[in-house]
Design a binder for this molecule. Structure first.
Ligand code: ADP
Length: 328
């Protein structure tokens, strides 16, 4: 391998810069040139790229976001898209491509691979942690802390005002962030897809524990952490329905994109560095259509083709305990 390409795609995540830096530094140590494509797959299709130098990755490890920018790229999902992407890689003599992103990005990589002669390896970067083949994705640990900081602050105002707060956290179709931040923030309830769908008809599941807590304590703050997409009509609709049912003001706080930002915590910087470096080393060993991950503390490869069919589950011990101590 003489030249390798790197891009960050899909939702950005804190720690992606650490991965880019590790890719560049590792490659440079083997005298491999690194081309960074901008805006995810858009950079491949529109030939927006630059040759990365060590100075480009100086002073970036502590920064959120990604210096290469990230984007969604619907054009890659057209029949011509993957061919065009492969053509760029061939034209620029890129022997291998590193895709830092989530499972959507890896599906894109698999499509490109059908037309590309070089090697492709994935590095899991998404705050959602919903990627198989690695215990944690790059960005997840930071997102938990960001959400937690918000929950702690909401707790202060909830306490002072005796209101019920519903804090909506990200996670697309999984409760990784909701469960972790909910547990760490001492949430009275956690609602996430893994606990089964919640409908307007069975609000009792949420109401009963609230009423129980009121009887027991007579007051106090009450925080419900809700994973996005948990309730038809959204978390605000859920708050309104609860307000109506119990006669206490329930407020929704949608945390949104704040969760993607911020300086990466140490764990994400270390994971990003490790997986970025490991991806380069594994490419040199011939890895292709694999994802670099860390499972039980060991670096390992996982077939890219399998990353879309998620079997990784939120912590079963915490799920059981949360349900035991009275959560929806
Ligand atoms: P993430 O990587 O965070 O899961 P997305 O699901 O938005 O993010 O995917 C990122 C990009 O990957 C998409 O914008 C698209 O360019 C590409 N992609 C996703 N799925 C496919 C697919 N089936 N075929 C081709 N490209 C895809």
């Amino acid at each position: 391998i003489k030249r390798l390409g790197v891009l960050t795609s899909g939702g950005d995540a804190p720690g992606m810069n650490a991965a880019i830096r590790a890719v560049l530094l590792t490659a440079a140590s083997y005298n491999i040139e690194v081309v960074g494509f901008k805006h995810g797959y858009i950079g491949l299709l529109e030939q927006e790229y630059k040759t990365l130098m060590p100075q480009h990755v100086q002073n970036i490890i502590q920064r959120g976001g990604t210096i290469l920018k990230s984007a969604r790229c619907p054009a890659l999902q057209t029949p011509e898209g993957p061919k065009l992407a492969a053509a760029t890689l061939h034209q620029l003599n890129i022997d291998a491509l590193i895709v830092i992103g989530g499972d959507g990005s890896f599906r894109g990589a698999l499509e490109i691979a059908k037309h590309y002669q070089g090697q492709i390896i994935g590095v899991p970067g998404t705050i959602d942690n919903d990627v198989d083949g690695t215990d944690n994705t790059i960005g997840y640990a930071t997102a938990i802390d960001t959400a937690l900081d918000a929950i702690d602050k909401i707790r202060d105002t909830a306490d002072a005002f005796e209101r019920i707060f519903l804090v909506e956290l990200m996670g697309r179709h999984s409760g990784f962030i909701a469960l972790s931040a909910g547990i760490a923030g001492g949430a009275e309830q956690i609602i996430c897809p893994e606990f089964g769908p919640l409908s307007a008809e069975d609000l009792r599941r949420v109401l009963t524990p609230i009423q129980h807590a009121q009887l027991l304590m007579g007051k106090a703050s009450y925080i419900i952490v809700v994973a996005e997409n948990s309730y038809p009509g959204g978390t605000t609709a859920l708050a309104d329905a609860l307000t109506k049912a119990i006669g206490i003001e329930c407020r929704a706080c949608i945390l949104g994109h704040i969760q993607r930002g911020g300086s990466p915590v140490g764990a994400d910087r270390i994971l990003g560095s490790k997986l970025g470096a490991y991806a380069v080393e594994q490419l040199l060993q011939g890895a292709h259509l694999q994802m670099a991950g860390e499972v039980n503390g060991e670096l390992s490869l996982y077939p890219l083709a399998l990353t879309g069919e998620r079997t990784k589950a939120i912590d079963p011990f915490l799920v059981r305990w949360q349900q035991q101590v009275g959560s929806a």
